[in-house]
Design a protein around this ligand. Structure first.
Ligand code: PMP
Length: 628
């Protein structure tokens, strides 16, 4: 599996064949084995998906052994016996020409299955065979189900009423059962068959993690996942099971998007260095980034994360205004550095926090659903709260440095601001001499569906925009764009040097992300699928009153679980997320009361994914524990 390389080949049978041929040409004398009970990458493909009582699953665990040998290689029977079946079982990617022989051991029978054979007949159904007799040959792609030549060999203890074929791979969840039916072929080939070595299991890894990593790192889910690969909308665990990812707004254009990966590889083979040399990549990327922003945002800086972007924005605002007083939003989050923690109510008002510093002024969460003011027309009321803070500062002779806010409050629980609030609050902070900073780390880059950036969707005018997460599709890229005047005031003689920010590899990756969004029309996809998803969730809410609110824009959505008095149901939200995980859908909770299910998937999501998620939500929510 490792030699086969990138998942992309799995989507294209011709490419897969080609790759197998390359592997075999490079290693002509090598017997490549797919081991007994090994998890085989190929079976992670959708072609091998099947429905179970708890969502879909993949039969990824090998019940036989594979011998990768040239076609025409002769196969001899290891025992006396009789032929139960020889013929073509006829399904693409199955065994095609298959031989099943029956052998006697003491008072009972066992069976040997040989798959992917040549169509040439050596023995026929009903024939008696002798130990050492040639019984078949290894087939080629035209007769073996479209595979590169190899033999699938398996021992079967009980045919379970089958006569012409048998499962060659099983769902790892049923390993115990199937390994009893199909024992280890090492029984026959003791000396030749290596077992796949599974290096770690989940609990070993958790123990090790707890031992050598800081305890403040957390793991998601009651039964945490060991994720080994990504592929578009999916994360794949060590057993080859595919989970639809509705959480990851970093893997914006799909996990391990091959165009992005290849752009990174191509540039990494040429050069990766800091920005003290002239290079076209940073200019191309800055240009591409600025083109997506409103005209008044003319200058870009590159960093490595959302935290660094906000850190830089804080420095710029302080420099420009001469003030160190910031207005922040209750439950807002802006990063993990000293300065960004100090502007993140989510942290300083949360567990282990010490409250706001004297220079930080917290605006009540402008949540029209369960905030201080609720209902349709709350914009003026929340603006009045902002004005009160600013007036109080003014009365003390204090000028604000900036208001920093996300256009949709993410960690606060996917809070869609009252209409016009962003625009008017930005105008208001400027009237008092401060800057408006839009934190687009989570919401930006086409996710809104209608615009590149969420501030544009709300017709707001920021002085600085900070960005991160999706820019590099998983590679660490952060950026800010700002007005010329802000950039000029920041350039006070002190050099801004960032070892990695804006390096050619990061810029090549960033450019590839833009290109993917454009080439695949992903902004439009975010709009179409976001609307589809929202409508489905609204419909679900009419059936299940526990869903108290559905909100969001584009593919930045959330729904909130409450009781009949609109009180938050944290436990129900946690249970829902864990149940959905069992059904191969990754979701997460957030918000001050941890009762909001956040939905912010890669924007390559398609209708079939949404239909599956909704179907599974419907099944889970039908459990009486979710009745209110
Ligand atoms: N701003 C917002 C709104 C965020 O959600 C985050 C990360 N969750 C950050 C900033 C910090 O980004 P990073 O973790 O990349 O430093």
């Amino acid at each position: 599996n490792a030699t086969m390389g990138h998942m992309e080949t799995l989507h294209d049978p011709a490419a897969f064949q080609q790759k197998l041929k390359v592997v075999q040409t490079r290693h002509p004398n090598t017997l490549i084995l797919g081991g007994y009970l090994e998890i085989l990458g190929i079976y992670q493909h959708q072609m091998y998906q099947y429905p179970t009582n708890s969502g879909y699953s993949h039969r990824t665990q090998h019940l036989g052994v594979d011998f990768w040998l040239p076609s025409f290689t002769a196969i001899h029977s290891p025992f006396d016996g009789e032929v139960l079946f020889f013929g073509d079982n006829g399904q693409a990617k199955d065994y095609w020409y298959t031989l099943i022989c029956r052998h006697k051991a003491d008072d009972s029978y066992f069976y040997l299955l040989y798959g992917h054979l040549k169509e040439t007949t050596f023995v026929q159904t009903g024939d008696r065979i002798k130990k050492g007799q040639q019984i078949a040959q290894i087939g080629d792609a035209s007769e073996n189900g479209g595979w590169c030549p190899h033999l699938h060999f398996q021992i079967i203890g009980d045919m379970l009423d089958q006569t012409t074929t048998f499962y060659g791979v099983c769902d790892p969840a049923d390993e115990t059962f199937w390994s009893h039916i199909c024992p280890d072929p090492s029984w026959i080939f003791k000396e030749y068959i290596p077992h796949p070595t599974i290096k770690w299991n989940r609990s070993d890894l958790i123990t090790k993690r707890n031992h050598i990593l800081g305890k403040s790192l957390s793991l998601q889910y009651q039964d945490p996942l060991y994720i080994q690969r990504g592929d578009g909308m999916y994360l794949i665990d060590e057993k080859g099971q595919r989970y639809i990812d509705t959480i990851n707004n970093v893997a914006h254009v799909g996990h391990e998007n091959s165009a992005v990966v290849n752009a990174g590889i191509a540039q990494m083979t040429l050069l990766n260095t800091n920005t003290r040399y002239i290079h076209h990549m940073i200019l191309d990327y800055a240009n591409a980034l600025l083109q997506t922003h409103d005209d008044h945002l003319e200058v870009a800086y590159f960093v490595n994360s959302g935290s660094e972007a906000n850190e830089l924005a804080i420095r710029m605002a302080k420099q420009m205004t001469g003030s160190n007083h910031f207005i922040v939003v209750q439950h807002g989050y802006h990063g993990n550095t000293n300065a960004t923690i100090s502007i993140s109510s989510y942290k300083f008002d949360g567990k282990g926090g010490k409250g706001a510093d004297d220079t930080i002024h917290v605006l009540p969460l402008p949540d029209p659903f369960r905030g201080k003011y609720t209902g349709k027309d709350t914009c003026d009321l929340y603006l009045y709260e902002l004005k009160t803070i600013l007036d109080q500062l003014q009365s003390k002779g204090i000028k604000p440095a900036a208001l920093i806010i996300e256009p949709i409050i993410s960690c606060g629980g996917q809070i869609v601001l009252p209409s016009d609030f962003l625009k008017r609050s930005f105008n208001m902070i400027r009237e008092y001499g401060g800057l408006a900073i839009a934190d687009e780390v989570q919401v930006g880059l086409g996710r809104m569906g209608s615009h590149w950036w969420a501030y544009q969707e709300q017709d707001a005018y920021p002085d600085i925009v900070t960005m991160g997460k999706p820019l590099g599709n998983g590679h660490p890229v952060g950026a800010i764009v700002c007005r010329q005047e802000v950039a000029d005031s920041f350039s006070n003689g002190m050099e801004f040097f960032n070892t990695f920010g804006g390096n050619p590899v990061s810029c090549a990756i960033g450019l590839a992300v833009f290109k993917q969004i454009q080439d695949q029309n992903l902004m439009e996809n975010a709009r179409i699928q976001g609307t589809y998803f929202t409508n489905k969730l609204i419909k679900l809410a009419t059936r299940f009153p526990i869903i108290a609110d559905v909100r969001g824009v584009g593919l930045f959505l959330g729904f909130e679980l409450c009781d009949r008095n609109n009180q938050p149901l944290e436990k129900a939200a946690t249970t829902l997320v864990n149940e959905m995980k069992k059904r191969k859908v990754l979701m997460s909770t957030d918000g001050p009361d941890h009762n909001v299910i956040k939905i912010k998937p890669p924007i390559v999501i398609q209708q079939n994914h949404i239909d599956y998620i909704i179907d599974q939500l419907e099944i889970v929510l039908s459990n009486p524990i979710f009745t209110i």
